[in-house]
Each structure stands twice: as structure tokens, then as C-alpha cells.
Ligand binder design. Structure first.
Ligand SMILES: [Zn+2]
Length: 240
């Protein structure tokens, strides 16, 4: 398989929250997109890992993914070990993405920044010819970081106004996390917002980033390299 874009994140639903709209937009443009979740959320208060995996499949269809996988690394204690790096590197060699989307490298949840570091190092390892004899080397051309969870200035924002509802549908596929059937009481209540709350919260965040580029909804990304511009006459986003 050869993907154009592969998003890698720690938990099922991280991708939906941070770059789901962008993946949908890329799929609509004809690119082959994929998502790789590193854990199945087995430390989550609600639902079982099997439920999360089933829900991730449904969410993946909403995001029009060509491929989705889960490495079943241990949730809430994700570690950047040699074996984890190798497993991920081999997966990257199989999927051969041109662009990899990783979580931003700082954050509140240790799994998120570990996933970022693990992802970056695996992308590097994947390009080494002698890494393993069964897969061909492949190093992604571009690594971009989904920075929605982090309060940092984005390098660029993708307009997801037309994809916002589909992204919301993808996220709400995680009924064990966001479903209304849990009501306001019971185990974990208060930790996970209900549907209306999550709509408002994610809507507000997407509006904030959209506003930065003069559109309704946006998703923010950070890149470590400088972005090249060839035509300064046709640059987007009005200054005055
Ligand atoms: Zn997460």
C-alpha cells in the first residue's frame, strides 16, 4: 500500500479531534489517507478496547479513510522503546505515506507527546535500508504536527468549513465515550462531555482557528521547517 497521508496518534479519537477535517478534505481531493492509532484506549473509564476499535472503524468510514489500524500499545503508559519504534517503523514502510501527521510534541497527556516522539523517530528509522530485510526503506517526505490540543501559534491552518459536520459525525461514532446513553450519572460522569457540550467546545475551537485565516472552521498545524512560498501575489489570508 502507498498512502498520501498517514495520521498517527495515541488514542482512538485523537485523530478525529485534531486532524479529522483535514483528512476528510484530503480524501475529497482524491488522496489516499490512513490513520494509525497506537493504543486502543484500554485505560479509558468508559467502554472496552473492542468497543473503541469498532467505533474507530465507523469513524474511519466517516473520514473516508482508505486504511486504519491500531498497534495495541499499552494505553496511558505508552513508551518510546526500541521495540515500539521498530514496530511503528515497519508499519510506516508498509504504508509508505508521503505525509505523516503526528501529535504536537508537548502536551498534558504523556501519551500524546510520547506518540509524537515515537512517530518522529519511527519515520526516521523507516528510511534506513538495513532496518529489516523484509520491507523496503521509506522515509516520509513531510512530517506535520496537529497542534489543536496545544496552545501554540500554528504554522498554517487548513480550512475545514465544508468538512466540519463529517468530522463531528466521525467523532460522535465513539458512542462509548460521547454517547448520550450514559446520562449524567454513573462511572466517569463529568469526565467526558456529552454530545451537545462536545459540539460546542469543538465548534468554538474550530471557529477560533478558522478565524485566523478568515474562514468558518479550521484545523491548526505546526511544521518545524520554514514554509516555502513561490508566488507572493496569490498568497491566502487577507492582511488588512
Ligand atoms: Zn488522546
Amino acid at each position: 500500500m502507498s498512502l498520501d497521508v498517514l495520521a498517527i496518534a495515541a488514542h482512538p479519537d485523537d485523530i478525529e479531534q485534531t486532524c479529522g477535517g483535514t483528512l476528510i478534505r484530503m480524501a475529497e481531493m482524491g488522496y489516499r489517507t490512513g490513520a494509525l492509532d497506537l493504543t486502543a484506549g484500554d485505560m479509558g473509564t468508559r467502554g472496552t478496547p473492542e468497543q473503541r476499535l469498532t467505533e474507530a472503524e465507523v469513524a474511519g468510514r466517516h473520514m473516508r479513510l482508505q486504511w486504519r489500524g491500531n498497534l495495541r500499545f499499552p494505553d496511558a503508559r505508552l513508551e518510546n522503546t526500541l521495540s515500539a519504534r521498530m514496530t511503528l517503523a515497519v508499519k510506516i514502510r508498509e504504508l509508505r505515506p508521503r505525509v505523516v501527521i503526528l501529535p504536537y510534541w508537548e502536551g498534558r497527556h504523556p501519551d500524546h507527546y510520547r506518540a509524537s516522539e515515537l512517530g518522529y523517530e519511527a519515520c526516521f528509522l523507516a528510511g534506513l535500508k538495513k532496518l529489516d530485510e523484509y520491507s523496503a526503506p521509506h522515509r516520509p517526505y513531510k512530517v506535520i504536527y496537529a497542534s489543536l490540543y496545544a496552545n501554540v501559534s500554528p504554522s498554517f491552518v487548513v480550512d475545514i468549513s465544508a468538512q466540519f459536520e463529517a468530522r463531528m459525525a466521525a467523532l460522535l461514532s465513539y458512542q462509548s465515550q460521547y454517547g448520550a446513553q450514559y446520562g449524567t450519572e454513573g462511572e466517569g460522569s463529568g469526565l467526558f462531555p456529552q454530545e451537545q457540550e462536545i459540539r460546542e467546545r469543538l465548534g468554538a475551537i474550530a471557529r477560533f482557528y478558522g478565524n485566523l485565516i478568515g474562514v468558518k472552521y479550521g484545523e491548526p498545524f505546526v511544521v518545524k521547517e520554514t514554509i516555502q512560498v513561490d508566488d507572493i501575489v496569490n498568497m491566502g489570508v487577507r492582511s488588512i
